[in-house]
Write a protein that binds this ligand. Structure first.
Ligand code: NAD
Length: 371
């Protein structure tokens, strides 16, 4: 079987779905690996690195694929080039890509969406979302530090003593915890809040202070480990009680998400108005509607003296390690699907069935299924 790795077509996407080091693993599993010329260049992986590891470099790879490894969802023109019945693995963003998912079903593709990987112990090494969140949390802090008109650390110099920056992290999941660790390493004083009370200990172990809002959060975590949506009334009370902490922060990193839903609105315009001039908000939920009311996806805006940045696809700005981590999760998943060099599907296995969005002409993904 041929496993193909195309160059990603989405503008600005610098990651690649397979790195040279992992080619021998697929070859050993019985696959022939074809990589599109230049596919890894933007991430720092050259054609010759792939070739030295046993891949063939070609110009057109999509049409030859029995297994297609991608980062971004395929566009209609790419789907049109696919063989019928191929296996596709990538971030397919099924919540917002209904048309492409239908086209994949018509192509009789067996398509797996890495963001639907179940959160079970067996799937931990295949958890691409967590891997990308780690990168985003790290980079968000660097963006905030770069934009803040202050130092992050406490500095005692001959020219005086500079107090450390105060960073507030809202949403302390994978990205938030990485943001806390990164901000601490830069010397900031860090506070963090999450609706899931289980997070408190993790925040403290990273040197952050957990913010207690005194809200009823008994029912905040789904069986999947993700947050559950809360009532409007809850969000309103959350905003009121967070205001004081928001006003005291120099930099805020927001990461709060609820799968399949608009991101919860946690920082209102009124709260931004109460912040210090020069303060920075980096909103990692920008693509899902934003945790701050003033966030514009992929833009930086300045309101009431506060800079609000809504970066999208931060993982792609660290493409070398993002590709390495993503490729590792994808090959681990592919290894799970392979038996004697062929795709072997056990539809009763939740690890196989969970991320599957199309199979034998049918759409298996229905919004609201996970979370
Ligand atoms: P996520 O990206 O969906 O959400 C980010 C964070 O926002 C979560 O911690 C969530 O609780 C929080 N949040 C949601 N609504 C909020 C609100 N109104 N106010 C404040 N915070 C809010 O989640 P994630 O970071 O991918 O993962 C969440 C947790 O799942 C992790 O911390 C981890 O414990 C668990 N997890 C388990 C596995 C596994 O078992 N394989 C893998 C990854 C993560």
């Amino acid at each position: 079987m041929i496993a193909s790795v195309p160059k990603e077509a989405v503008p600005g996407e610098r990651r690649v779905a397979l790195v040279p080091d992992l080619v021998p693993r697929l070859a050993k599993a019985g696959l022939e690996v074809i990589v599109e010329a230049g596919a890894g260049v933007a991430a720092g992986f050259l054609d010759r690195d792939y070739a030295e590891n046993g891949a063939r470099i070609e110009q057109e790879v999509i049409e030859k694929a029995d297994i297609l490894l991608k980062v971004q969802p395929p566009a209609a023109v790419e789907i049109a080039r696919m063989r019928e019945g191929l296996t596709l693995i990538g971030f397919l963003q099924p919540y917002r890509n209904g048309i492409e998912i239908r086209a994949l079903a018509e192509r009789k593709a067996t398509a797996f969406s890495m963001e639907l990987m179940p959160r079970i112990a067996r799937a931990q090494s295949m958890d691409a979302l967590s891997a990308m969140s780690t990168l985003a949390g790290y980079k968000a802090v660097l963006i905030a530090a770069n934009r803040l008109p202050k130092f992050f650390p406490l500095l005692m110099t001959a020219a005086g003593t500079m107090t450390p920056a105060r960073v507030l992290v809202i949403g302390a999941g994978v990205a938030g915890l990485q943001a806390i660790g990164t901000a601490r390493r830069l010397g900031a004083v860090v506070e963090a809040y999450d609706t899931r009370p289980a997070v408190k200990e993790q925040v403290e172990s990273l040197g952050g202070k957990f913010v207690e809002l005194g809200l009823d959060t008994k029912n905040s975590e789904a069986k999947t480990g993700y947050a559950k949506a809360q009532s409007e009334e809850f969000y309103q009370r959350q905003q009121e009680r967070l205001s004081k902490f928001v006003a005291g922060a120099d930099a805020i990193i927001t990461t709060a998400l609820v799968p399949g839903q608009r991101a919860p609105l946690l920082v209102t315009e009124e709260m931004v108005r109460g912040m210090r001039p020069g303060a920075v908000i980096v909103d990692l939920a920008a693509e899902e509607g934003g945790n701050c009311a003033l966030t514009q996806p992929d833009q930086e805006v300045e309101r009431h003296g506060v800079v609000i940045i809504g970066p999208v696809n931060l993982a792609s700005t660290v493409p070398f390690h993002a590709s390495q981590m993503y490729a590792r999760t994808v090959t681990n998943f592919l290894a799970h699907l392979l038996k004697d060099g062929r795709i072997h599907l056990d539809l009763n296995d939740e690890l196989t069935r969970g991320p599957m969005v199309t199979h034998q002409g049918e759409i298996l993904f229905h919004p609201g299924r996970s979370g």
